[in-house]
Design a protein around this ligand. Structure first.
Ligand code: NAD
Length: 541
């Protein structure tokens, strides 16, 4: 696969890609517009930072006509404002970021800000730098025994909380998306509201995304509710703290000090009163700025592209409409099974159109990743029907645009891991169903195909036959293969699980040592009592 590094990245990125046996890496920086589109077109994946503008027109030009290759864009870092996500999604291109690579670095920065606030470090340093030596002005406060309130207990919030516990702090948190009363083995208490958190915290650190619910969440009412003299740290996003409310709270002592790494806008205008406030410590968005994090984001972005292009999963995707597409090994095995199930169902039914697809997932290992497994399976199903490129990124959108209803059902009893896929060809037609499982030997099994019960490992060259269920059919089929000189490696006979009265059709699946020729398939079709013949070629199990 061909990967383009289109932005200035830590040298470890090219070194990582260069070390991959299946990867060809090119570095070209400074590309824009048509030049960028043409370069993207010739590569399977691209790694960028914030300087490269992957706009809608660039993507459209990249994907015009046949022969374009781009399937993945990885951003070394977090913000993806420089990528047109909607167009990328429509074209089935995965967009990934590397949010977790800066977790420790940012948590450490927030911690550094908290200690600096507690011990007045920047102001003491400034006093010495300007010739002074005033010790009494800078008496600080210990962190030990104080309460830290963490707003947003995600990756960075949790990492900060662990460090605060090690310093002997009490830690509480507010995160409406965590449904547990405590976190970190009961050491962090989760509170009902941000104001409750402010009321019991000596230090408050913000680690939330910026959205409608968090913009301005630390406002005048929050400072009214806060423990008097609360010190506040923001290394998340500018605008989470209402600036005017902060200035007022600093002025009357409701807030004892603030440490800000982020601003809205950035940089803040020269006249911004927070720039030079005696109780405000500032850093210029340095949260993720460490050598380790720069290396980590660059290498993580390259790893994300390679992993995705190899079909080994998807890490940090931002355009999957909320479905986490990271798969465990067990879930990946089921995705592989789903591909085999779909190939056999298509061969058995040869659907001309699809109106409804239903994935029924059972078992603990699958229940957690049901949507991911179903999304990957949907790709397999759509791929065989459509010319346009289908990926896990655009599969749901394509199904919607083509009015194919999709549904994922998790088996109520959970039970053992199993997967069933049902398709309806016409609206409200009788569903056609394939069922599969993976047993302890790790091999994929088809347990039922279009109503015929069986137990078979779907792999290699196979022929599916439906025939009247009468004596002599097996001999007849064996004779045709013998005449053609094709060895049958395995034969499975399936009978209807719930036959209707007078229904006497059976299904035979033959696994062969070599792919059948067209003549052989024609000879089978001419046999008496043979209703239908199809062939399928699958990879080794
Ligand atoms: P994350 O997604 O792992 O965690 C965010 C948490 O906030 C989640 O647990 C979520 O449930 C919670 N949350 C969402 N809405 C909330 C609300 N209204 N109230 C309380 N909690 C809420 O993200 P992360 O990687 O921990 O990053 C946190 C923030 O830090 C993000 O805004 C990110 O952009 C920012 N960040 C800043 C820097 C920097 O350089 N200063 C570096 C990295 C990340």
């Amino acid at each position: 696969m061909r990967i383009l590094i289109a932005d200035t990245l830590a040298p470890e990125a090219a070194a990582y890609l260069g070390g991959q046996p299946d990867t060809e890496v090119t570095t070209r920086t400074g590309l824009a517009g048509d030049d960028l589109a043409d370069a993207l077109r010739a590569h399977d994946g691209v790694v960028i930072r914030s300087a490269v503008q992957v706009t809608g027109p660039v993507l459209v030009r990249c994907a015009a006509g046949d022969g374009w290759r781009l399937r993945a864009i990885a951003r070394a870092g977090v913000g993806v404002d420089n990528i047109d996500l909607e167009t990328a999604t429509r074209l089935g291109i995965a967009v990934m970021n590397t949010a977790s690579a800066s977790t420790i670095t940012t948590a450490e920065h927030a911690f550094a800000l908290m200690i600096a606030l507690a011990r007045n470090i920047p102001w003491a340093h400034a006093a010495i730098a300007s010739g002074g030596w005033d010790r009494s002005r800078f008496v600080g406060t210990e962190l030990h025994g104080k309460t830290l309130g963490v707003v947003g207990l995600g990756r960075i919030g949790l990492t900060l909380a662990r460090r605060a516990l090690a310093f002997g702090m009490e830690v509480c948190a507010y995160d409406p998306f965590m449904n547990t009363p405590t976190a970190l083995d009961g050491h962090v208490i989760l509170l009902e509201s941000v104001n409750e958190l402010l009321a019991r915290s000596d230090f408050v650190s913000l680690h939330v995304p910026k959205n409608e619910s968090t913009a301005g969440m630390i406002n005048a009412a929050a400072f009214d509710a806060a423990r008097p003299g609360v010190r506040i740290i923001n290394a998340s996003r500018g605008g989470i703290i209402d600036e005017a409310a902060l200035l007022a709270a600093l002025a009357d002592g409701r807030c004892g000090g603030a440490a800000l790494d982020v601003f809205d806008p950035e940089p803040p205008p020269p006249e911004c009163p927070l720039r030079n406030h005696p109780k405000v410590l500032t850093t210029p968005h340095l949260g993720a700025s460490t050598t380790e994090a720069q290396e980590a984001v660059a290498v993580d972005a390259c790893r994300a592209v390679v992993t995705y292009l190899r079909g080994e999963g998807i890490i940090g995707a931002v355009n999957t409409a909320g479905v986490s597409l990271d798969l465990s090994e067990r879930q990946r095995a089921f995705v592989d099974l789903a591909g085999r199930m779909i190939a056999l169902l298509q061969a058995a039914v040869s659907p001309q159109g699809l109106s409804r697809v239903r994935f029924v997932v059972r078992g603990e290992a699958l229940a957690g990743g049901a949507d991911s497994v179903a999304r990957h399976a949907l790709v397999e199903l759509l791929r065989s029907h459509l010319d346009e490129p289908v990926s896990v990124i655009n599969a749901a959108l394509i199904a919607e645009q083509r009015h194919i209803e999709t549904e994922t059902v998790i088996g109520a009893d959970h039970g053992e891991d199993r997967l069933a896929i049902e398709i309806e060809i016409e609206p409200d037609s009788e569903p056609r169903r394939v069922e599969g499982a993976i047993y302890a030997d790790g091999l994929p099994r088809i347990t039922s195909l279009d109503g015929y019960a069986m137990d078979m490992v779907p792999s290699g060259a196979m022929v599916l036959l439906t025939n009247t269920d009468e004596p002599g059919r097996i001999g007849l089929v064996g004779g045709v293969f013998g005449d053609a000189g094709v060895n049958i490696a395995e034969m499975v006979i399936g009978r209807k699980q719930a036959p209707a009265a007078g229904d006497t059709i059976a299904m035979m699946i033959l696994k062969l040592d070599a792919a059948p020729t067209r003549e052989l398939l024609e000879a089978l079709r001419r046999g008496p009592g043979i209703v239908r013949v199809a062939s399928v070629e699958l990879g080794p199990a």
